[in-house]
Design a protein around this ligand. Structure first.
Ligand code: UDP
Ligand code: MG
Length: 323
């Protein structure tokens, strides 16, 4: 059932965001105030900042703002658990009717939140924020991101094109997400698997308001790789195919060497022998490597370690949603 005046929780993961935090807190607080005033959401609604093991002044800033503002709450994680786990902590540590996750740098347009809530009231359980233009992104970021979405589609992973982690989820959707016990969290591929009624809203992505990106190339590549290996079996099938294809090639090489032997030219085959040897060693190593990647994932899943550990909660319910 859709409540007329639902409790909204806006989840904002923060990692070393002291430069941008003052602006973000001000903006989000006035946005929520406006929504409460228009009676779009209940007065119990909150902006929940999740400090993800920042080494700067982020947590102190969040705490001092909470003292003067009841619309703000904070979760301090005991260390950095990565972006995805910080978002999940916000979703699971406080009860609400609707949840919206958005980055701290406000590159994603917060005004879209009005439209998202509207779409929720029209009966959508999930509303994806989709970046219409990427004018401000560097050519490199633009094309690597585009390539990523294409590759994911090719590998059979269902993700919403140009959607990152700016999304609305109903309480029902969050409760269902809890049934996914996986440790390799990749929300943008997990949420579509829920399958409830969903829609998209689009906006133009802006420059970071302050500070630097917390996603350098190395983190981006490992994030993409995690997405692929957590949601696609295609690389494993590729290994099988590669094995099959190399077997075929080696069969023809065998026929060739047999022919050479029969015609008395056996020693001449050194070049082809060494080529085949190095080629097949490469294929075997590559295949073992890819299989190893998946075994590594199983290793992480089996250990079943907590995705995040809360150190402190301020101005939020003590009782967690994660029951
Ligand atoms: N972030 C986080 N933990 C991390 C890295 C990033 O919580 O280990 C947060 C960060 O504070 C921001 C969001 O994730 O709110 C997205 O990061 P960023 O804007 O730097 O990524 P980009 O937009 O450059 O891809
Ligand atoms: Mg950003």
């Amino acid at each position: 059932m859709v409540e007329k005046c639902p409790k909204l929780l806006i989840v904002i993961p923060c990692y070393n965001e002291e430069e941008v935090l003052d602006i973000t807190i001000k903006k989000m607080q006035s946005l929520l105030k406006e929504m409460v005033k228009q009676m779009l959401v209940s007065p119990q609604s909150k902006v929940c900042f999740v400090n993800n093991g920042s080494r700067d002044n982020t947590w102190n800033k969040i705490k001092s703002n909470i003292k003067t503002n009841s619309l703000i709450g904070g979760i301090n994680l005991s260390r950095n658990f990565g972006h995805q786990s910080a978002v999940l902590a916000g979703l699971l540590e406080e009860k609400a009717d609707i949840y919206i996750s958005i980055d701290a740098d406000l590159q994603d347009d917060p005004q879209v939140i009005f439209e998202m809530v509207q779409k929720y009231k029209e009966g959508n359980d999930i509303v994806y924020g989709v970046r219409a233009k990427r004018n401000i992104d560097s050519l490199f970021k633009k094309y690597t991101a585009l390539g990523f979405y294409k590759l994911m589609a090719f590998l059979g992973v269902n993700i919403v094109y140009n959607h990152a982690d700016f999304r609305l989820m109903s309480n029902r959707a969050v409760q269902t997400l809890k049934k996914f016990p996986e440790r390799n969290v990749f929300l943008r591929a997990m949420v579509p698997l829920l399958g409830f009624k969903s829609c998209t809203v689009s906006y133009d992505r802006k420059q970071r308001l302050a500070g630097e990106s917390k996603y350098p190339l190395k983190k981006m590549v490992s994030f993409a790789w995690n997405g692929i290996t957590s949601f696609s079996e295609v690389p494993l099938h590729l290994v099988t195919f590669l094995g099959f294809a190399t077997c075929m090639i080696s069969f023809f090489l065998f026929l060739y060497s047999l022919y050479s032997w029969m015609s008395g030219n056996a020693l001449i085959g050194w070049t082809s022998l060494i080529t085949a040897l190095t080629f097949f060693s490469g294929v075997i190593l590559l295949s073992i490597g890819i299989i190893g990647e998946y075994i590594g994932k199983i290793f992480i899943e089996v250990k079943n370690r907590p995705l995040y550990i809360v150190d402190e909660k301020v101005n939020l319910d003590e009782q967690s949603n994660n029951k």
